[in-house]
Structures are given as structure tokens and as C-alpha cells.
Design a protein around this ligand. Structure first.
Ligand code: HEC
Length: 249
């Protein structure tokens, strides 16, 4: 497979994951997995679910197999940081067990997710995790939010400039943040982004149609799939919207 084919395959998978995640909503809230969002008893019930319905593929030490993802440690954080527990729940609820998706009760799924949180070192608390509550809980590292991983659907705001050749770049851009909606932002949403300080990142923009030349020098929001690479981060653009008509000094 060529590199491009690989990228396009990853994007297709990412879109599929996104459709599954759609509807779970995006949390602006700052509740995180470090706030004690499940109880110890719930995790114990989740452990029983895991042993009967998940362990056969993901294994007793959560290391998984070539097909079944590892569910603890680095690989877990690499897949899920800056996402929500709600999206994790939806993924598990709709796709697991892989050989019999959506076959368990919602409670069993929530409990299994509580158990995964415990296994990943996030503390238990006083209240149980619920399906409704999970949507507002961010998964992040102990030292706070970090950069979202490659292939996440993101939004970033920066100054549209011509890069090398025919390419466009988003310069002086903010950190890329996750979004659940790949389509054009509403005028209100774009207006809400105006007046915020820009950042120091640069994103190369891929697949920007139509040609955005009329917006050169404008503050733009770019949405799309983030592709991290050693020669610079790129956004495979799904929507580009104007935030302000001048980038300023
Ligand atoms: C028959 C094997 C099988 C069983 C049983 C199974 N899984 Fe999976 N699981 C997979 C495979 C294969 C993948 C990778 C494909 C995917 O992500 O859609 C996966 C992916 C996952 C992921 C996504 C990991 C990531 O980082 O993207 C989670 C979370 C998960 N499983 C949790 C569970 C839970 C919880 C259960 C039990 C309720 C379970 N699985 C049961 C095979 C299985």
C-alpha cells in the first residue's frame, strides 16, 4: 500500500469512528478523568464484565493482540487522550464485544468503562459513572491537556498564508482541539473564535477546496483530520471558515 492509500484508509476508519461517536456531543466542560468519575464498586462490577466478555480478546493484562487493541497504558492514552469518556463508552457500546456487538446491557457497558478507567490509573470517586454524565468527562494525562493525537478530527484557528508551492498553511495557529463536527462552523461559532490570541503552531492544509486565495491574510478556522508527521503537522481540511478579515501584527 502506498503512503497515500494508507492515509486514506486511516481517514476512512476515522470517519467510521466519528459517525459512531456522533451524537455523544462535545464537552467544553473541564471535568476530567482525574475528578473521581466512577465508584470502586462499579469498577468491581466492570471487572466481572471484562472477565466474561472482553478478556478473551484483550487479555488479562489488557495488552490485546494484533487485532484487539491494548486497553491500558500508553496505547490507551494515545487513542483516547483529549477525547471524552462518552465517546469511549459509545465505541465500546456499539462495537464490543467485537464478535457480538451491542449484546450487553447499557449498565454492563458503563461498568466495563469504569473498570477501564480504574485500570488506567484514574481515581474512583463518590458517584457512579452514567451514560449521560460520561459525555462531559475528558480523558487527559495527569499533567493536563496535551496535543491531540494523529487522525483525530480537529479545529485550529490561525492566519491563512501561502506555503511552499501551491500549498496553504495556517500560520501562528492555536493548538488543534478535538471537534465532533467536520462540517462548516456556524457564523455564531466563528464569531465566538474572534478576538482570541493566535498561537505559535503551523499546520499545512491539505485538500482545501475551493482555492482559498481570497482569504489570504485572514484569520481562519480550519477543521479536518490531523495528520502528524516529522516534517510538520497537517490538517486534511473538511471545512474552512473566516474568523476575522485581518491577522494583525
Ligand atoms: C472477539 C474479540 C473481542 C472482544 C470479546 C472484545 N473486543 Fe474490544 N476490540 C476488539 C478488536 C478487534 C478491536 C479493534 C477494532 C476496533 O477498534 O474497532 C477492539 C477495540 C476495542 C476498544 C478500542 C480501543 C482503542 O484504543 O481504540 C475498546 C475500548 C475495546 N475494544 C473494549 C472492549 C470491551 C470493554 C470489551 C468487553 C465488553 C471488548 N472490547 C470485547 C476485539 C474484541
Amino acid at each position: 500500500m502506498s503512503e497515500l492509500e494508507t492515509v486514506s484508509r486511516r481517514l476512512t476508519l476515522a470517519v467510521a469512528a466519528l459517525l459512531v461517536a456522533a451524537g455523544a456531543g462535545e464537552a467544553q466542560d473541564r471535568t476530567t478523568v482525574w475528578d473521581g468519575v466512577y465508584t470502586a464498586e462499579q469498577a468491581e462490577r466492570g471487572e466481572a464484565v471484562y472477565k466474561s466478555h472482553c478478556l478473551s480478546c484483550h487479555l488479562a493484562d489488557f495488552s490485546g493482540t494484533e487485532e484487539a487493541s491494548a486497553l491500558a497504558g500508553e496505547p490507551f492514552m494515545e487513542s483516547w487522550r483529549e477525547d471524552t469518556v462518552g465517546n469511549l463508552y459509545t465505541r465500546v457500546r456499539n462495537l464490543m464485544p467485537f464478535d457480538e456487538p451491542a449484546s450487553l446491557s447499557d449498565d454492563a457497558y458503563v461498568d466495563s468503562v469504569a473498570y477501564l478507567l480504574q485500570v488506567n490509573g484514574f481515581p474512583a470517586g463518590a458517584a457512579e459513572l452514567t451514560v449521560a454524565g460520561a459525555a462531559d468527562v475528558r480523558i487527559e494525562a495527569e499533567d493536563g491537556p496535551g496535543d491531540v493525537p494523529s487522525f483525530a478530527l480537529v479545529s485550529a484557528v490561525g492566519c491563512l498564508e501561502r506555503g511552499d508551492g501551491a500549498d496553504w498553511v495556517l500560520a501562528r495557529a492555536t493548538r488543534a482541539v478535538r471537534t465532533t463536527d467536520p462540517s462548516d462552523s456556524s457564523p455564531e461559532a466563528l464569531a465566538a473564535l474572534a478576538g482570541r490570541p493566535l498561537g505559535t503552531r503551523t499546520f499545512e492544509l491539505m485538500a482545501v477546496y475551493p482555492d482559498p486565495a481570497a482569504h489570504a491574510g485572514h484569520v481562519m478556522e480550519a477543521k479536518g483530520f490531523l495528520i502528524r508527521s516529522p516534517d510538520g503537522d497537517r490538517i486534511n481540511v473538511s471545512a474552512l471558515g473566516m474568523v476575522a478579515d485581518a491577522c494583525g501584527p
